[in-house]
Design a protein around this ligand. Sequence first.
Ligand SMILES: C[S@@+](CC[C@H](N)C(=O)[O-])C[C@H]1O[C@@H](n2cnc3c(N)ncnc32)[C@H](O)[C@@H]1O
Length: 235
Amino acid sequence: MRSAAAPVHWTLVRRTVQIEGETYAFEALPSFERASAEAYRQLSRNEVRTTQTAREDLSPMFGVIWGSARVLARRLHHAELDGVDALELGCGLALPAWVAARRGATVLATDQHPDAGPLLARNLARNGLQDRVRFQTLDWRRPGELPRFERVWASDVLFSRELPALVARTFARTLAPHGVGWLADPGRTYLPELQDACAEVGLAMEVDVDDDGAGTEAFVVTLTHQRRALPAGKG
Ligand SMILES: C[S@@+](CC[C@H](N)C(=O)[O-])C[C@H]1O[C@@H](n2cnc3c(N)ncnc32)[C@H](O)[C@@H]1O
């Protein structure tokens, strides 16, 4: 697969994933490591000059399902989502969006990677979910105007230093006043930084640990807007 915007030709493999006994069929990169090596070879062979930031933006991490996505997907499988409008941030293959769509949600799946949308379109069609999930490019560094959603979620998006602040700001800007956000994380180095980043933008957070039903665990952070204390009444 190669999209017009990206300089790498990705080799895809067919896979299935089971979430609580329901099967989802999809195409994906063979593994993060293999795809990274292949992307590096292609960029060198074609003498594509990229900055480190551009190389990070083209990282193949969008093209595999990470453990935290399976944990979040299992949680969404059991959530009340019928008729809910939801937003997924840094979706990659967007497994949580597929599961939520089967539970009746309408999901806007977003990512900055130029190949995430085309690959998602193939996988939605494969699972008959193309009417319930749509894709929009969204880069947290340049978010622009965004509507608000009752549910906002993300999995495994805190892998570098600047991301806790950017991700917290994006949750704060997109979560409806009484909405609920979830962020699943495998315990990345920058997860603890999320606490201060959330306080900075007026989000309250609670952390628990959940699993995918097959032995993979992740932290799941629940995010809500902080309620300001009501001013004391007179007398
Ligand atoms: C480790 S992958 C996780 C993918 C997917 N959420 C999962 O758990 O399977 C991180 C994702 O965040 C996206 N991402 C990284 N920086 C981003 C940014 N500044 N704005 C939007 N998405 C970003 C990447 O393109 C990638 O798809």
